[in-house]
Design a protein around this ligand. Sequence first.
Ligand code: SF4
Length: 502
Amino acid sequence: MPLRPGRATLSKPFSIPGGLGRFVDIAIIDGYTDEPAALGVPPYIAPLPRYLAGAAWTAGCEGVLYSTIDEVRRMSRKGTPRKGPRPRGKDRDRDLLAMPDGDRYDLQVLLGGAVVPGNYLRGRPASVRELSEIARSFTGQTLLVGPVARWGWTSGEKMTKAHHEAFDHVATRDGDAYLHDLLRGEEEPLQRFRTREEWASWSVEGAGIVSSSRDMPHPLIVEVETYRGCIRHAFGGCSFCTTVRDIAPVFREPSEIADEIGAMDRLGVVSYRLGGQSCIYSYKALGVGEVESPVPDPRALRSLLEGIRRAAPSLEVLHVDNANPAVIADHPGEAEMVTQLIIEHCTGGNLVALGLESADPAVHRANNLNATREQCMEAIRAINRWGRYGTDTGLPALLPGINFLGGLPGETPGTFELNMGFLKQVLDEGLLLRRINIRQVAPVCGQMEVKHDQRAFRKFKLRVRTEIDLPNLQALLPYAAPIRRVWTELHDGNTTFGRQIG
Ligand code: SF4
């Protein structure tokens, strides 16, 4: 259990509700998060577990354990003492999940929320059943945080009243702020967002828990936020999206981000992704909140990226994540400068994920999507113009990725034909894609009707894998072209799956 460096004991004892009257130890169990703008499934670690640790240490907590749902599953199989109700029915013979050595902790913080679940090789997000089962088997207080607490949804499953009742506290806004106030002695903390000062402080204070990751230093990728929220907040945002709902964008200062990364560099972290935001090109962009497609600010990006490079001399991987194609297409001059800065300061094999979601204009209109197919095509051309050239990683410097979403309102069988037509145009123009991500929408936001045409969706996926992915990959990586620094993740018979870290 890592103790906060330099503060193994406190000057005065304090208590959490219930009046323990002594130092407090907490356990954070990471059930992994996957949101439209942020990923925390291994080998990634999301910002929230680190902020939770920072909030706890800042509140005076003595010891903070960081563990993951996979570790709890593994330890439970090895014979963790059983507490709480036994599973019933067809589940009665399976192991009951419980945290190993749970009695050593006063408070258990459970974190989860795969609101846009994908396929993962290295970890499986916790289900609501698992999270509530672990909470029930724990004798101390429990706090549920993360997207599962906010939206009552994870891994395609909705939380029921019975699931909710397993937890003493459910933080529906920032779990780190709730935890901090709880540890400070408030019996019923307010549901609130962290302040800017808390954000700057907790991100640095909590960096130490990365040392507990089994993936440290390779293949761990630390997800770092440059801002929260979406630049389309004032304009409603995409119908399915959780990122845009709660709060207008709040930008972090380059120095705050550099401080956080500097703290992790000193601990031995070598790989980072600037994720957690809806569009890296819109970092501190001009006109946010006034226009739907703000003007990128290359000076802000330069300050951000140069600061990170100075703060992290051991850095091996620096990648970015999402971008709004409309911003790149509407402001070609500024966007081009940002593209060049990303190529100059980040490492090879980098990817800008473009959320087209659907190439069908009717679906675009029905869901207030962020970019038209024309804007997305223009963004793909713009990124290819500068980013398609090779690097020492064996992959191009920077390529676009495309996200599609099945099941959106307005979708018809013709939608999939339009999506295929879009991808064929990409191939015909000789443009490269780093990857094509195809998922199905989940009705997390509650106000949308989701109908999945599973047959048409599966057929579309298969056609993309055979008719688009294959020729794209052949152009990207001709047979026997070397890719360097590949981390092998899974053996399946004679096939081994690996990924280049990033
Ligand atoms: S652009 Fe759409 S999907 Fe992306 S964060 Fe904003 S609202 Fe969400």
